[in-house]
Design a protein around this ligand. Structure first.
Ligand code: ARG
Ligand code: GLU
Length: 685
């Protein structure tokens, strides 16, 4: 009883104060927040943020390459985003002779701007609440078709908000001629690498520069020499004035996936089942990869991107689980649900909702877990994925041509090291078997393990007998009879089963998700104090708050700004991630900062990164950080790892997003890139 009261007390605090700086708001509804924004220092108006009639800041924000955000900073389509967002494009354009990833790149004229095949940038034309239109009988496809017809390069989609209680139409215009203008060397753009990823203090110059090109009518076109720089309706004015603790900040971008309204059972799944399993399996994979990387420089490079990808989630989930635990999210949610149950008692339409949800969770959790387990274990074996794709092709077609094989090979075995994969297979087959419910393990796998004596011995045998690595091209017979292809075949039933669980989160599995629609409706009826905002779903959002440090541990305050002095303290030519360019050392030695010098704690230095308490998520990378006057002061690129639980519960005292200070971006362009002409283009004199 006491415990329950206690939980309730926490819940009341956490949830009913509609916490200050929490929330990712729909731009078209920003009028509901504008009073609060102004109180906190925002000086512009509602239609400066969003308007589908006149130019507004939304016209200066783009979805970059599918998963990131970018922003226009000149009238001629100059675009900023993160280095890690431009990474694959920069990699694509790089070769051994022109290693732009390592050394950076700066186009000295428009002619030297490098087209990136396949890279797109999407601008939001408009968004519209179409809930009523759909309810009145209009068809989704008709609404979308009509929207697409309005302009060249248009695409549209209807996205659910609040688990389908509302439906929004988003119309985008997609530009396909996007060119690389500049990028710092990785020793700036990726400074700190995976070691510093999700960490504060941070010193990464995580930015890259692109330009969008259009046809003569300013409309989207495929790449052509004839194309001209796109003229955005609006671009950001860049502020070199800097930021202070407490200053208003706003993030405008495309966050991907949050689950603020899930029940305590769903949080428990993440915290106690999903995250620990994924973390443990990735620890093992990363250990194997790191060990091989430490032994050989070429392997370090070949596996750098793979390592970074695996480590990014691995570290994030650790922070998330810790954050959930520290915040007591499960307890908070139980408290909240207890109050909710009291409220629904005399409301038959909602009375059994939570029970139904719990039943749906218990019916679907195992299936979802198996999918996650399979992906993280067997799915982590590179040659398994290669074998599976070959199998799928060979099964349906008479033959798999050499070209087709080469294509599959290129995609799934890039920079492949059989030794690493072999060690991973030994470990992952074993982990899969140990962690799966016994009766769900493929019989063929169990028999093979029995035959060979252990999972490891089975892996050894597979690697000893497979032709997939050594021979190319293979005949159809060779493919179908290959030991690894046979191995892959054993998992087909599991893979097919898993399809029904292929949703972003457990709570989005339809059998569960359907209950969230009435649940959200009930919550909004009941909890009048709470400021509801729809979960992130890669649609455009506004988050606002302020520049702020935080108390990381008892007596350990993390200040909001890092500087060049911190880079120099980390600088170490022997450690790959901390080996800065010599020019930067020279500039530091001479304190030759010129116009970029600031004074920080009585010291002359250069600003690098800063913290704010904006509610952001994956997808917000590259988002503009905007001051009270609507000017660009930074580019968002990360959160501190302990704040990653903000995807589930936001805590304003601890949750911080990390941005690169625009002054550092300009300093690097100017002094390391020699690209002062870009500064001029941005209107910086
Ligand atoms: N943590 C950031 C994000 O989630 C940055 C990732 C890229 N950087 C890296 N060191 N792996 O995308
Ligand atoms: N780095 C993330 C991204 O690529 C943003 C960090 C976060 O999850 O907040 O979107």
């Amino acid at each position: 009883m006491i415990k329950k009261l206690f939980l309730c007390a926490i819940a009341c605090i956490t949830f009913t104060t509609a916490t200050a700086d929490e929330g990712m708001w729909l731009p078209s509804l920003i009028k509901e927040r504008i009073k609060d924004m102004r109180k906190k220092g925002f000086k512009l108006n509602v239609d400066d943020i969003y308007s589908d009639k006149k130019a507004s800041l939304k016209d200066a924000v783009v979805q970059f390459g599918g998963g990131c955000t970018g922003e226009f900073v000149s009238p001629e389509g100059l675009l900023l985003t993160n280095h890690h967002c431009g990474y694959s494009s920069i990699q694509k354009l790089s070769s051994v002779e022109h290693d732009y990833l390592t050394f950076g790149y700066w186009a000295k004229s428009r002619k030297e701007e490098l087209p990136v095949p396949g890279l797109t940038v999407s601008l939001l034309v408009k968004m519209e609440d179409v809930t009523a239109r759909l309810a009145a009988g209009e068809k989704k496809e008709d609404i979308i078709d009509e929207a697409i017809k309005q302009g060249k390069g248009y695409r549209a989609s209807i996205e659910p908000m609040y688990y389908g209680n509302q439906q929004y139409l988003f119309v985008y215009c997609t530009y396909r001629d996007v060119r690389l203008v500049g990028a710092p060397p990785s020793s700036i753009g990726k400074f700190g690498g995976d070691t510093d990823n999700w960490i504060w203090p941070r010193h990464t110059g995580d930015f890259s520069v692109f330009r969008v090109y259009a046809d003569a009518n300013n409309e989207p076109a495929e790449y052509s020499e004839e194309n001209v720089p796109y003229r955005p309706k609006r671009h950001f004015k860049v502020s070199t004035k800097g930021i202070e603790e407490g200053d208003f900040t706003m993030i405008y971008g495309f966050p991907g996936n949050t689950q603020e309204y899930i029940t305590s059972s769903a949080v428990a799944y993440t915290q106690f089942h999903s995250n620990p399993m994924k973390i443990e399996l990735r620890t093992k994979r990363l250990d194997i990869i790191s060990e091989a990387q430490a032994k050989d420089a070429a392997t370090r490079i070949a596996y750098a991107a793979k390592h970074a990808n695996i480590a990014n989630g691995w570290k994030k989930w650790q922070g998330e689980s810790l954050g959930l635990e520290k915040l007591g999210t499960i307890g908070n949610k139980i408290g909240y649900e207890t109050q909710f149950i009291r409220w629904v008692k005399d409301k038959p339409e909602y009375a059994s909702l939570l029970d139904s949800m719990n039943v749906a969770y218990s019916n679907n959790t195992e299936g979802y877990f198996i999918r996650e387990l399979f992906n993280e274990s067997i799915g982590g074996i590179e040659i398994f994925n290669f074998a599976l794709q070959l199998y799928n092709k060979a099964k349906t077609e008479d033959k798999v041509t050499a070209d087709e094989q080469a294509e599959i090979r290129r995609k799934s075995l890039r920079g492949y090291r059989a030794g690493i994969d072999h060690s991973i297979a030994r470990c992952m087959i074993d982990e899969f078997v140990k962690r799966m419910p016994k009766e769900k393990i493929p019989q063929e796998l169990l028999i093979a393990i029995e035959e060979h004596g252990s999972a490891e011995a089975l892996a050894d045998n597979l690697f000893a007998t497979t032709k997939l690595i050594k021979k190319y091209p293979l005949t159809k017979e060779e493919i179908m009879n290959d030991s690894f292809v046979k191995f892959a075949e054993w998992f087909i039933p599991i893979i097919e089963q898993n399809r029904q669980y292929a949703y972003r989160n457990l709570s989005n599995v339809p059998a569960i998700e359907k209950w969230y629609q009435p649940y959200m409706q009930a919550l909004r009826e009941w909890d009048k104090e709470r400021a509801f905002y729809p979960d992130a779903n890669f649609t455009l959002r506004v988050a606002y708050g302020k520049i702020a440090g935080y108390e990381n541990a008892d007596g350990e305050y993390h200040t909001f700004l890092t500087t060049l002095d911190g880079i120099m303290a980390k600088d170490n030519p022997k450690i790959y991630d901390y080996n800065i360019p010599q020019v930067l050392r020279n500039i530091y030695d001479k304190k030759d900062y010129g116009r970029w010098a600031i004074e920080n704690n009585g010291k002359k230095t250069i600003p690098v990164c800063f913290l704010a308490n904006n509610h952001t998520s994956g997808g917000n990378s590259g988002s503009p950080v905007i001051n009270g006057k609507g000017e660009l002061v930074g580019i968002n690129f990360d959160r501190t790892w302990r704040s990653t639980m903000s995807d589930i519960e936001f805590d304003p005292t601890i949750c911080r997003n990390i941005s690169v200070d625009i002054r550092f971006v300009l300093f690097v362009m100017d002094r390391l890139g020699g690209a002062s002409y870009l500064l001029e283009e941005m209107g910086i004199k």
